[in-house]
Design a protein around this ligand. Structure first.
Ligand code: G3P
Length: 217
């Protein structure tokens, strides 16, 4: 699985985000590989109506609906998103909030991807039984060196330790992933896919970048 996080980039905002999502859909259909998009929250409705590939939220707040202001509830995104990222390094949460959201996702049938920054946090989060853990060393996020080349041992060790604690949890890796070679290496290290952003969102030719990425599966 390739998960493309649109982040809050100008290149993925509004109509540009929709164009990007349609490119992801086209490449997913042609290659018959699974590509998931995480558009910016205000674009979830727009994108989910226009593409048939899975659309995930980038974040959900750990709150129930009610008299709150400015929160993103699971209830508000579930008409558009079939899953969500939780605890991205750029939107960190407390372990109690992660636990609350993983459980809530399970109850509402949403796929949960808990992002983690190191092996210890990955091990702790695997006890919560999210659908996926995505290990992303923060110092490599947005860079040009893939985690699979810079720190392959972190990916491999995370997979081993997560699976030992909870074999039901699937593992992704991310940070600096840009090419099919990086994806191939991620799979060789035991993951079930990658989570990436700039390699597609900021690519000069996102379609070409995606074709190269899926070639690694
Ligand atoms: O959510 C994916 C992200 O944190 C990795 O970003 O730009 O290194 O692919 P990037």
């Amino acid at each position: 699985m390739i998960v493309v996080n649109f982040k809050a980039c100008v290149e993925s905002l509004g109509k540009k985000g929709l164009t990007l999502a349609k490119i992801c859909e086209k490449v997913a259909q042609e290659s018959k590989k699974e590509i998931v998009v995480c558009p910016q929250t205000p674009d979830l409705c727009l994108v989910s109506k226009e593409v048939s590939i899975p659309v995930f939220s980038q974040h959900i707040d750990p709150v129930d609906p009610g008299s709150r202001t400015g929160h993103i509830t699971l209830e508000s995104v579930r008409s558009y998103a079939t899953g969500t990222l939780i605890n991205h390094s750029e939107k960190r949460m407390k372990i109690a909030d992660i636990e609350y959201l993983v459980k809530k996702c399970r109850n509402f049938g949403l796929t949960s991807i808990v992002c983690t920054n190191n092996i210890e946090v990955s091990m702790a989060c695997s006890l919560l039984t999210p659908d996926y853990i995505a290990i992303e060393p923060p110092e490599l996020i947005g860079g040009d060196i893939s985690v699979t080349s810079a720190s392959p041992e972190i990916v491999e060790d995370s997979v081993k330790k997560i699976k030992k604690i909870n074999p039901r949890v699937k593992v992704l890796c991310g940070a600096g992933v840009k090419t099919g070679k990086d994806v191939k290496k991620a799979l060789e290290l035991g993951t079930e896919g990658v989570l990436l952003a700039s390699g597609v969102v900021k690519a000069e030719d996102p379609e070409k970048a995606l074709r190269d990425l899926v070639s690694g599966i």
